[in-house]
Design a protein around this ligand. Structure first.
Ligand code: C2O
Length: 514
């Protein structure tokens, strides 16, 4: 592989969305941030300079970071943050992965504006296991806050209540014509297509707090890849994509389209009791070389109701790994250690008061937890300090099964759980309480999908397996940022193996200290 070098200057830049002009943290003045393109097998070297008045770190979401845990990026887990004026070089190889991933800040809620696509092409000369698309288009779904997202989470933590919701969903940073004041052509994302051609959308859900439905009016999508692993292709009219997840889908433009333009739409999927943004945001699929189409008034594709868990389950049940000779499934058939984690929202008995007080209901604080323990971010980096609290140690090469059971007290809600440092196999899922005797027998050990982020279904469970063959400290957390802030997080400490190539090398000399 080659070495690909990028420079990230984290700077404030002025942008206007929804009639609001404000200064936001950006990478190189761009929002969303620059696209990184590498090939499988390449080394990626990203020199980051922090020029904003806040701490920052960067995470390469979904990159396995084999023996390069120091480059993983979550603040206080694998590194201390870069303080204003500091720099750090993230240096790692892309091994055994290809498809769409992304990068984002991993400190507080800075990822709201600090994020971008990370495209991993197959090694030169290796084809896709599906016909080569005419064009490939990264499409980041996000959220726009008129307020400063840092102020939003700070206020939520201080009051113990839920944070204010965002003001718009976005497509590559653009809210589109659904929202007042966003009418003009340059506030709408347009996907221009030629009749009869096939396009690959590299979808990324970069929203802070919303699982999203996604559809294109009058067009069927074929899912070919999820979280940088190939899947058996399947067709769908509506996708469901959780924060953190990525999905590559093929869209074939009609040869005789019934219109010059069609709406692309997202809307939230949520069971949250309380407030959320229930707007359907739109972008435009435009056929060329016809004359430019109207942006407004395009009929939106039908989307499921915001709480349609049945639609979500139907969609999720389609995912199967390719499990071919070239891309075998490699799912562990036996397990050395099993864990059962209850994940959910509930009342924190105030082990961790905020600003010295508990302001939630009945002298509690609204909290999110794994096994009733809310993760409190330590003040030093776990990997640097070998800090052990709420960290589960694993011997090298342990075959691990984790059953994640959703047990929310205050209204069921699904949780997109993300594991750093690994892709895991999703061997089973269901509703109600996990029942080992019956549910284990129904596991898919043949072609389970491989992912780095999986939604634990509302009032249900999911079982995942991975082999702990990558030494380091790896955070596992809910990718709804508000739940991460509330403590829905834990970490694994995977110890070195006996062989030299099974050990984590010492930290780079420029790693920031706390
Ligand atoms: Cu995409 Cu720990 O995050």
């Amino acid at each position: 592989g080659l070495t690909r070098r990028y420079t990230f200057n984290v700077t404030m830049a002025t942008v206007t969305r929804l009639c609001t002009t404000k200064s936001i943290p950006t990478v190189n003045g761009r929002f969303p941030g620059p696209r990184i393109t590498v090939r499988e097998g390449d080394r990626l070297v990203v020199s980051v300079h922090n020029n904003i008045n806040n701490n920052v770190t960067f995470h390469w979401h979904g990159v396995r970071q084999l023996r390069s845990a120091w480059a993983d990026g979550p603040a206080y887990i694998t590194q201390c943050p870069m303080r204003p004026g500091q720099s750090y070089v993230y240096n790692f190889r892309i091994v055994g992965q290809r498809g769409t991933l992304w990068w984002h800040a991993h400190f507080s809620w800075l990822r709201a504006t600090l994020h971008g696509p990370l495209v991993i092409l197959p090694p030169r000369g290796v084809p896709y296991p599906f016909p080569k698309p005419y064009r490939e288009v990264p499409l980041m779904l996000g959220e726009w806050f008129n307020a400063d997202p840092e102020a939003v989470i700070k206020q939520a933590l201080q009051t113990g209540g839920g944070p204010n919701v965002s003001d718009a969903y976005t497509f590559n940073g653009f809210p589109g014509p659904t929202y007042n004041c966003s009418g003009g052509g340059n506030s709408t994302f347009k996907l221009k297509v030629k009749p009869g051609r096939t396009y690959m959308l590299r979808l990324i859900n970069a929203a802070l707090n919303d699982e999203l439905f996604f559809a294109v009016a009058n067009h069927t999508l074929t899912v070919v890849q999820a979280d940088a692993s190939y899947v058996k292709p399947f067709a769908a009219t509506t996708l469901v994509i959780s924060p953190g997840q990525t999905m590559d889908v093929l869209l074939t433009a009609a040869t005789n389209p019934s219109s010059t333009a069609f709406a692309i739409a997202v809307a939230p999927y949520t069971n949250t009791v309380g407030t959320f943004d229930n707007t359907t945001a739109t972008a435009v699929l435009e056929y060329t070389p016809q004359r430019p189409a109207a942006l407004r008034g395009l009929p939106a594709p039908p989307l499921p109701r915001y709480n349609d868990t049945g639609a979500v389950t139907n969609f999720s049940s389609n995912f199967r790994s390719l499990a071919s000779a070239r891309y075998p499934a490699r799912v562990p058939l036996s397990v050395d250690r099993s864990f059962f984690f209850a994940v959910g929202l509930g009342a924190d008995p105030c082990q961790s008061p905020v600003n010295g007080t508990c302001q939630g209901p009945n002298n509690t604080r609204f909290a999110a937890s794994i096994n009733n323990v809310s993760f409190v971010m330590p003040k030093t980096s776990l990997l640097q300090a070998h800090y052990q609290r709420r960290v589960v140690p694993l011997a090298f090469n342990t075959s691990v099964e984790v059953v994640l059971q959703d047990t929310s007290i205050q209204g069921a809600e699904s949780h997109p759980l993300h594991l750093h440092g690994y892709d895991f196999h999703v061997v089973g899922t269901g509703f109600g309480n996990y029942d080992a005797a019956n549910d284990t027998a129904k596991y898919n050990l043949v072609d389970p999908v491989q992912r780095n982020t999986i939604s634990v279904p509302t009032a249900g469970w999911v079982a995942i397996r991975f082999v702990a063959n990558n030494p380091g400290v790896w955070i596992m957390h809910c990718h709804l940022d508000v739940h991460l802030s509330w403590g829905l997080s834990m970490a694994w400490l995977v110890n070195d193996g006996p062989l030299p190539n099974q050990k984590l090398p010492p930290p780079p000399s420029d790693i920031p200290t706390c």
